[in-house]
Design a protein around this ligand. Structure first.
Ligand SMILES: [Zn+2]
Length: 427
């Protein structure tokens, strides 16, 4: 289905696409529990209602809150190095965690296995990887391997000179080890020497307690009670503006909704716009949303289109989460509308689409710059994830392709939509 000319034109001439994007960046990194997240959600209640023409339905999302008060890393020579606590890192004692550091390079399973005997009672040091690439080993897995080997702390070195890296500690429940991001120069100073493994003192002072955020939903009904869910996460990290990740996805979702809202009623399926939070905290918002659906509601969702980091690279990729059945639709829509789109099939739990896919709902994540080491998406989770890394043309291209997919998915017949639920054989 070719995107109707009036929809394409209204998207191409939508000044609010950049305005919304900049407004979200203005709220700062939007770390869950902070003022920026609160302001962004208030902004989106209003903007979502304006874009969709329907009232906002806000669903409370209780979670275990966390806030870092202070973090310090002292090296053996007494100097301090910059560090950034990973989200939900457990705190150290007030005196800090004093231990030796074992540098595991990238932090592959092979490196962890080879150093297995040396990690107990020490701090594991690994490298942050290009996130959107085949073969990337997620930070969560590295933390897990460190803990299994008895490590008492976790340091991850970022890719940018002079800059720390952020991220989630991957902690689940009460268990965990203190974890922080550091700069590459600091990692270089933590090399093993003739004197042995270098010793550091890591201090993380954090407070925890019950917290609550929300999921914002806007339902534009179609002819039946079936839905296509267009989602994006609002929250980010407090190192910068979280511009690519994910002001791009939120602004694009608003623009798509604005452009198609008036055209949904005659189509088979309705459009549900969903803004999730605490995504950076183990995908909590979307996990609660999907868990709260009964079987009938789950079956009624034909497709989840999740926009996360959709500009900051010239190429667009759909991570199809094992749902081979949705790839013909995506490839056809992209080709019809003159856009290049690559499909990458393995399920990656790196954004909210993962929770939909795990529940059997066809889902994909649209992402820019996949497998492109020079794309600006390499700045995600660093202080350089700022608005200047996002060309308007890339944001507009992602919005246009998303609108075309939404229109086609809302309009598709029952038999075609049934094919989307087909998954690839898992070996
Ligand atoms: Zn994201």
């Amino acid at each position: 289905m070719i995107l109707r000319e009036n929809i394409r034109a209204s998207l191409a001439n939508d000044p609010d696409l950049w305005r919304d994007f900049a407004a979200l960046c203005d709220f700062g990194g939007r770390l869950s529990g902070g003022e920026g997240e609160r302001q962004a959600l208030a902004f989106l209640r209003e903007r979502g209602a304006q874009a969709s023409g329907v009232p906002c339905r806000a669903v409370a999302v209780p979670y275990q809150g966390w806030r870092a008060r202070q973090a310090r890393l002292m090296l053996a020579d007494g100097s301090a190095a910059p560090c950034h606590p990973l989200v939900r890192s457990v705190a150290t004692s007030a005196a800090g965690l004093a231990a030796e550091v074992v540098d595991l390079g990238r932090g592959t399973p092979e490196e962890f296995a080879a150093h297995r005997e040396e990690l107990a009672g020490r701090i594991a040091l690994v490298r942050h990887e290009l996130m959107f690439a085949a073969g990337t080993i997620h930070r969560r897995r590295k933390v897990m391997m460190a803990r299994e080997a008895g490590a008492v702390g976790f340091l991850i070195a970022g890719p940018l000179p002079g800059a720390c890296v952020a991220g989630s500690s991957g902690r689940d429940g009460a268990e965990g080890i203190p974890a922080a991001g550091i700069a590459p120069e600091t990692a270089a100073r933590l090399a093993r020497s003739r004197a042995g493994w270098p010793r550091v003192t890591l201090v993380i002072d954090a407070e925890e307690g019950a917290a609550e955020t929300e999921t914002l939903l806007f339902d534009i009904p179609g002819r039946t009670d079936e839905w296509v869910v267009l989602s994006a996460h609002v929250d980010g990290h407090d190192l910068a503006e979280s511009a690519i990740d994910n002001a791009t996805g939120v602004a694009a979702a608003l623009a798509v909704t604005r452009a198609v809202a008036k055209h949904i009623a005659p189509l088979r399926r309705g459009l549900r716009l969903a803004f999730f939070s605490v995504e950076e905290w183990a995908l909590i918002g979307s996990a609660q949303y999907v868990a709260g659906l009964n079987e009938r509601e789950r079956d009624a969702i034909a497709l989840n289109v999740n926009l996360d980091s959709v500009a900051g690279g010239t190429s667009l990729t759909a991570m199809t989460s094992g749902f081979a059945g949705i790839e013909p639709l995506l490839i056809d829509v992209a080709a019809t509308n003159g856009r290049a789109l690559r499909c990458v099939r393995p399920l990656m739990m790196n954004s909210d689409h993962g929770n939909f896919a795990m529940a059997g709902i066809p889902a994909f994540r649209l992402v820019a710059g996949y497998d492109d080491p020079l794309a600006n998406t390499r700045f995600v989770l660093t202080p350089s994830d700022t608005r200047d890394k996002v060309p308007l043309a890339e944001l507009a291209a992602a919005a246009e392709l998303s609108a075309a997919v939404i229109m086609a998915a809302c309009d598709a017949g029952e038999a075609e939509a049934r094919k989307w639920r087909a998954r690839a054989h898992a070996g």
